[in-house]
Design a protein around this ligand. Structure first.
Ligand code: 9WN
Length: 431
């Protein structure tokens, strides 16, 4: 694929959002450092400037709590125009001195980013030294979830806020919006002053988000106390698949630095069985999420259910069936709509309720590639690149028209396009 112009444009987006130690997800809408954004962004930086990629990751890891959790936002103290600001997240002794963060996490793409960035380093000595230095914090980041976020004997991981899922207003979480929760404090949104209100979560969604922030902060972030009474407690199919892949990649790093597996093969097997048993929904050929509080599956199909392909939790045959079925439901759309148009909650313009996202496409494309489904992976990579080439580096895209929506100059769209161009599907990875 020869796309020099696109590559240069993508690089310009990353450089434009670069603050030296971290990269803003987008110029005005998201001015702080976000957890899974920085993981995707580092994967892109690794093709341009390896040291810059490692700095992105190390800035994020420096915000890790002493219990292992990597927060979803590391706040930049110089920035005040983002809501919610740090004052919503009560302080805690497990937060590192002098680092201001939120009190929840996000999908753990980070260990996989460390693996992929490491693989871009041609000098095996430098690669190994870097992996050795990061190994223990990464191990703690992965182990945090089984240690603090499991309940009732299952090995599946429970998330406690839609923001932790990374897919904030997915229709999967509408049951929580419908509960009508409100925070006790008034708040003022900034997002709707920057991008169109119709592209963002609703006011009722934000009331629910802020209510949960208050609940979590009031608990002092002690999950042993919080989980038994958490109003929002779900097994998110995408988050769990990303965790599984993180554990597998962490074990690869462990092997490379001469250590035993961080997560035992038995634990991985138990997790895989639990995932496949608890979350598979045969009629939709898709994994679904589970409402742990209510003890019921969440009856909504979305692109998050394809996450198992990235996780390596399905074989090639099942992956192909999943993608074929999803594609049929989305006839006439750019792939992959975050929600299929025949789902009740579908909205082609509103954030995680239908638009196409580059990160979701990248996750599925790389998963298909790893399963040996090269033609399917290539088709998805090419359609993703085509979308961005036509509409620019947007946060998300209209599934019918391909128009760019949400924030402009969006970092992970740029970073992951760089990765798809420089490490084409089926290409040989630098050793
Ligand atoms: C809240 C930064 C983040 C992404 C999330 C996306 C959005 C934040 C917001 O932006 O969430 O965390 O303010 O809407 O949903 O996935 O990490 O790009």
């Amino acid at each position: 694929m020869n796309n020099p112009g696109l590559l240069q444009q993508a690089e310009a987006v990353l450089r434009g959002n670069d603050l030296g130690h971290y990269t803003k997800p987008s110029p005005r809408l998201y001015p702080h450092q976000w957890n899974w954004d920085s993981a995707f962004i580092a994967i892109g930086w690794a093709h341009l400037d390896w040291s810059r990629a490692t700095r992105e990751i190390e800035t994020l890891l420096a915000a890790q709590w002493t219990d292992g959790m990597v927060p979803h936002i590391r706040y930049n103290p110089a920035v005040t125009d983002y809501h919610p600001g740090p004052d919503w997240w009560r302080d805690t002794p497990v937060r590192r001195e002098g680092v201001i963060t939120s009190g929840i996490s996000q999908p753990p793409v980070l260990p996989t980013a460390v693996y992929l960035v490491g693989m871009r380093q041609p000098d095996p000595g430098r690669r190994r030294a870097w992996w050795e230095r990061l190994y223990e914090p990464l191990r703690q980041a992965v182990a945090y979830f089984p240690q603090h976020r499991t309940t009732g004997g299952s090995s599946l991981i429970a998330v406690i806020h839609p923001w932790e899922s990374g897919l904030d207003n997915s229709p999967r979480w509408d049951f929580a919006t419908r509960a009508g929760w409100h925070p006790t404090r008034p708040y003022r949104r900034v997002d709707t002053t920057i991008v169109e209100r119709a592209h963002r979560p609703t006011q009722a969604d934000y009331d629910m988000y802020m209510y949960l922030v208050e609940q979590i902060a009031a608990s002092g972030y002690d999950m042993a106390v919080y989980l038994p009474r958490a109003p929002f407690l779900v097994y998110d199919a995408l988050f769990n698949a990303i965790w599984y892949r993180a554990a597998v990649d962490l074990n690869r790093i462990a092997d490379a630095v001469g250590r035993p597996p961080a997560i035992s093969p038995d634990a991985l097997r138990a997790f895989r069985d639990a995932y496949r048993t608890a979350l598979w929904h045969e009629p939709s050929r898709l994994f679904r999420d589970f409402d742990v509080r209510a003890g019921v599956p969440i009856p909504v199909d979305t692109g998050a259910g394809l996450g198992a392909i990235y996780g390596g939790l399905v074989d090639a045959e099942q992956a192909r069936a999943m993608v074929d079925h999803y594609r049929r439901r989305c006839a006439g759309c750019r792939m992959i709509p975050s929600v299929p148009p025949d789902e009740g909650g579908f909205d082609p313009e509103r954030y995680w309720r239908g638009p196409v996202w580059v990160n979701l496409n990248w996750l599925v494309a790389r998963g298909l590639e790893a399963l040996g489904l090269r033609a399917e992976a290539q088709a998805l990579a090419e359609s993703t690149i085509a979308l961005v080439r036509t509409a620019g580096f947007h946060e998300y895209y209209h599934p019918h028209t391909g128009a760019g929506l949400g924030g402009a100059d969006f970092s992970w769209s740029a970073a992951l396009v760089i990765d798809l161009l420089r490490r084409p599907v089926g290409g040989v990875e630098a050793e």
